[in-house]
Design a protein around this ligand. Structure first.
Ligand SMILES: Cc1ncc(COP(=O)(O)O)c(C=O)c1O
Length: 387
């Protein structure tokens, strides 16, 4: 027997409560029964986004919602600005290229947060840019990006909006959409929403809706967000096309769990888990990948004598513990440990312990318990002192 632990930054562990809800016999999606669940889910989702505007559910992975955002806001020939701080930032440029959208890249080295001045400079050089696209948490480098400051740059620009890929940030960090002036915020089910892959969510401000309405050639049928808004609005409570109904039912359950925990407590839990892994890997002498580490996942360099790809495979296949490796230039060099979603203190202890035992099995000198102890010192704050 090999007991499995899924500690990758997507997909993440799914709570039993959500699994059980999703395992119920299938119901038809054009029924009052489903619409009641849909309406309640949408309302709770908007509370998570901290918006008075709409949050929509789309049947696709996160990248589908990234493309939907861009092609609803922009037409071929339009100019946009995008932050490229890693693999997912790069994706904005790839999407734009497919649609003939002129994309201005603002780039930084992997592991670094973008300099807000660079985005400001690009905006002043490209006054016709219709949007700035950025990741809240760049998962490839486990780096948080300054979305609040970037949104502040476009807040008062009449024809420019900020689009945030919060696929590994929504439900992890407090990012009040309306207060910060984030115009479009995207997430995906397999991350902090604690569900299997296949559902994306996208919240859209009034300013962004106006921009979408003004866009003359939205070259999309399936992802026409105006059609979705019409169907998903209160009272209609359905989706334009057949929805990923099981995932929406699962979303209803996980949002209830989030409400029960309380958003403040949820963000605080994520902060402690992230700090514990940073402390653990640092105690083992491993260098963090990021200079502005994310709360969603921690990337750390694997000792040079070890092939990182083989290491991650070994942990998954022989020890049952799934971490993520590196992408592109970081392939074989790093390990990424997730702490977003359905995780708590003892999952982090497991993660650190697996890391130590894995290093040992690869012949790397490790004093067992070093990383675990450093993580425990942080994690113990999760629990009140016994009176
Ligand atoms: C920050 C970020 N953006 C985009 C994506 C792509 O999402 P998906 O794989 O759901 O299409 C991911 C997935 O890991 C991500 O972490």
């Amino acid at each position: 027997m090999l007991k499995r632990y899924l500690l990758s930054p997507g997909p993440t562990m799914v709570p039993e409560r959500a699994l059980l809800r999703m395992a119920a016999p299938m119901m038809h999606h054009r029924t009052p029964e489903f619409s009641a669940i849909f309406a309640e889910t949408k309302m709770m989702l908007e509370q998570l986004y901290q918006t008075e505007s709409d949050a929509l559910m789309l049947s696709c992975s996160g990248s589908g919602a990234m493309e939907a955002a861009m092609i609803n806001l922009c037409a071929s020939g339009d100019t946009i600005i995008y932050v490229n701080a890693g693999k997912f930032g790069e994706r904005w440029g790839d999407i734009a290229a497919k649609h003939g959208i002129h994309a201005i890249e603002v780039k930084t080295a992997w592991g670094e947060a973008i300099a807000v001045e660079d985005v400001a400079k690009s905006l002043s050089e490209n006054p016709h840019a219709k949007a700035v696209f950025v990741q809240a948490s760049e998962t490839s480098t486990t780096t948080e990006q300054p979305i609040q400051a970037i949104a502040a740059l476009t807040k008062d620009l009449e024809n420019c909006v900020t689009v945030v890929d919060a696929i590994t940030a929504l439900g992890v960090i407090d990012m009040p959409m309306d207060t910060w002036g984030l115009d479009v915020v995207i997430s995906g089910s397999q991350k902090a929403l604690m569900l299997p892959p296949g559902l994306a969510t996208i919240a859209i401000s009034e300013k962004a809706w106006a921009a979408i309405e003004k866009n003359p050639s939205r070259k999309t049928f399936y992802f026409d967000l105006l059609t979705e808004r019409k169907n998903q609005k209160k009272g209609k409570d359905t989706t334009a096309w057949t929805p990923a109904a099981s995932l929406i039912i699962g979303l209803n359950e996980v949002l209830k769990m989030m409400h029960e925990e309380g958003f403040e407590a949820m963000y605080a839990r994520h902060k402690i888990l992230a700090a514990s892994i940073r402390a653990g890997v640092t105690a083992l002498g491993m260098r963090l990948v990021s200079k502005a580490p994310a709360t969603s996942a921690t990337g750390a360099f694997i000792p040079e004598s070890i092939d990182g790809g083989a290491f991650v495979n070994y942990l998954r296949q022989s020890m049952g513990v799934t971490f993520a490796g590196g992408q592109d230039d970081l392939t074989g060099k790093i390990v990424r440990i997730a702490h977003l979603g359905y995780y708590d203190a003892f999952d982090m202890v497991t993660a650190m312990s697996a890391l130590e035992m894995g290093l040992n099995r690869f012949g790397y000198p490790v004093k067992m318990g070093t990383g675990v102890a450093a993580a425990q010192e942080v994690l113990v704050a999760r629990f009140p002192r016994h009176q």
